[in-house]
Design a protein around this ligand. Structure first.
Ligand SMILES: NC(=O)C1=CN([C@@H]2O[C@H](COP(=O)(O)OP(=O)(O)OC[C@H]3O[C@@H](n4cnc5c(N)ncnc54)[C@H](O)[C@@H]3O)[C@@H](O)[C@H]2O)[C@H](O)CC1
Ligand SMILES: [K+]
Length: 524
């Protein structure tokens, strides 16, 4: 499903109006109706009393339509206006006039105390304060009223987006309504799905409010959910080589976990032959954990990391490989970091760079910028910040645009890890992954992801698709593990052990998971 920015949604509204002749009033009526229907399904119109809290823009206008529908169905409603009604424009103004003529109980609220006095008499709150037009921090009486709504303990329905969430970034603009259910229109906004905004929606519904498919399938919208696709079958006569040969260049003294998790995850996710080039001294210890891995012992530096003299061997050895994975547990030793940069620059093979490999790239990104073969990077926000020389705060404040910029600048497919990981391509496409859970933020989890992406590359031979499906499967494995054992104390090894089950589940249920947006977005 496509995910839009605030500006793109405004353009879609304009297209609906100018190209299809759908009047503005009809869009607002549809938005209000869709919201009303969800409210009617969830609550008891005969018993519950509804408080509709309206701001001064079109979001407030949608709220007035909801109030009218409830009122027409003889529910008890009260509208409160937080802004002077003379400021309503267009369709919102029209709906205000209708509400007046129908004598829907309406009250202007000057301060938060008056609002708090009203609250106890109502059972359900409809939040129509701010939608996508929120353009500054929430302060003054708006802040106090949102605080009162959140403290009330009453069920809250947000119209379009919880008030206080930035529609483009998902950031909380000072304070935001914590909803139980959100009904959004046309398509989900970035702010509905990016964290922390996503957590404020409660259950998220999307309704198309009579947009033509041409509008919501607009190819210019380049952000979308990371939907599963059907995986090719493994042929009955599959041999090890068919399922791919990849080389991991990873590990150093004291860094035995990362290379093991990455190289083993490749096998657990269906990969054929997993070669691990690692310092001689640690190879046998890792082999005890993962005897299925094939080792290529390397010369080591004094501190036990991979020495630069291995470069020619690694280039030659990788000729026969489908992909080279560089960096897990490779250490920050200067000589090794230089080896990584030289290897990336010289290798004509698809590469995936993770962990300490990303630090090497950050120091001199030219080593990947001009590569001909595909490059995949899997940074967490801290590593992304280093790659672009900005702060982590700047990365997190606008994850989609920062990722888009990084993919272009670095000429790479990039996974920006974190809740709802993003996958970006240099051509501007960005995919938001919906699988996974907070329990997966654990040491070694990223190494398991690396191996999973490599296995998907061996199967699919398409770097973007492999990265997308690898991220999805990794999240799914974490979700299956968490279903059994909970999120606390979930370890990388648990994610790894659940990869085969995740693949089995994926092959059986990919279509439902796609159609249901992994249970995270419901279509109305
Ligand atoms: N296709 C659709 O998505 C449709 C959406 N509709 C609804 O329209 C709103 C967007 O309406 P808009 O008038 O642009 O903005 P808002 O109602 O969100 O708010 C603007 C209003 O609020 C003031 N304001 C902004 N920030 C603050 C602040 N921090 N403090 C105080 N006041 C603030 C601003 O100055 C304006 O006065 C969309 O979300 C949908 O709900 C259509 O109804 C149907 C089509
Ligand atoms: K709202």
């Amino acid at each position: 499903m496509k995910i839009v920015s605030v500006e793109q949604m405004r353009q879609m509204d304009q297209t609906a109006i100018s190209e299809f002749g759908i009047p503005d009033q009809l869009l607002m009526e549809n938005a209000g109706l869709a919201s009303y229907e969800k409210i009617r399904d969830r609550f008891d119109l005969q018993k519950d009393k509804f408080l509709i809290v309206c701001g001064g823009g079109n979001n407030g206008g949608d709220g007035l339509v909801v109030a009218r529908k409830l009122f027409s169905n003889e529910a008890k409603v009260q509208v409160v206006l937080l802004s002077n009604p003379s400021k309503f424009k267009g369709s919102a103004h029209l709906n205000y006039q209708i509400a007046q003529q129908m004598k829907i109980p309406t009250q202007s609220i000057e301060n938060a105390q008056d609002f708090e006095t009203l609250l106890p008499a109502f059972d359900v709150i409809v939040d129509a304060i701010f939608g996508t037009g929120l353009d500054r921090e929430v302060g003054g009486k708006y802040r106090d009223i949102i605080q009162a709504i959140n403290r009330s303990g009453k069920p809250v329905v947000s119209i379009d987006i919880p008030s206080g969430i930035n529609g483009n970034t998902g950031q909380v603009m000072g304070i935001a309504v914590k909803a139980d259910m959100t009904i959004t229109f046309g398509l989900p906004k970035l702010g509905n799905l990016l964290l922390p905004g996503f957590e404020y929606n409660g259950q998220l519904f999307v309704t198309h409010i009579s947009f033509a498919p041409k509008i919501f399938n607009n190819p210019e919208v380049q952000t979308q959910t990371n939907d599963p696709v059907e995986l090719p079958e493994r042929p009955t006569d599959a041999h090890k080589g068919f399922c791919g040969k990849v080389l991991f260049v990873a590990g150093a003294a004291n860094y035995l976990g990362a290379p093991y998790f990455a190289a083993h995850a490749f096998l657990k996710a269906g990969g054929g032959l997993s070669y691990l080039a690692t310092p001689r001294q640690i190879a046998s210890t890792i082999a005890m954990q993962g005897p299925e891995i094939i080792f290529q012992p390397l010369q080591a530096t004094e501190s036990g990391s991979i020495a630069h003299e291995n470069l020619d061997f690694l280039l030659e050895f990788s000729e026969d490989m489908e992909m080279v994975i560089v960096g897990p547990g490779a250490s920050l030793q200067a000589e090794t970091q230089q080896l990584i940069r030289d290897l990336l620059e010289k290798s004509p093979k698809p590469v995936l760079v993770d962990g300490d490999g990303l630090t090497a790239v950050a120091k001199d990104p030219a080593c990947i910028k001009f590569r001909q073969a595909p490059t995949i990077l899997t940074p967490h926000p801290g590593e992304m910040a280093r790659l672009l020389n900005i702060s982590i705060g700047e990365v997190q404040k606008n994850r989609v645009e920062v990722l888009r910029r990084a993919c272009k600048e670095l000429n790479a497919i990039i996974v920006l890890k974190g809740a709802h990981s993003l996958i970006g391509h240099p051509d501007g496409r960005v995919y938001m992954n919906l699988s996974g859970n907070p329990g997966m933020a654990t040491a070694g989890s990223g190494d398991v992801l690396t191996g999973t992406i490599a296995a998907m590359y061996a199967l699919l031979k398409d770097p973007l698709l492999a990265t997308r499906i690898g991220v999805f499967l990794h999240g799914l494995a974490g979700d299956l593990a968490a279903q059994k054992m909970g999120m606390d104390g979930l370890l990388a090894g648990d994610i790894l052990q659940h990869l085969p089950e995740a693949l089995q589940h994926y092959r059986r249920h990919w279509r439902e998971m796609k159609n249901q947006n992994y249970g995270k977005i419901s279509l109305v």
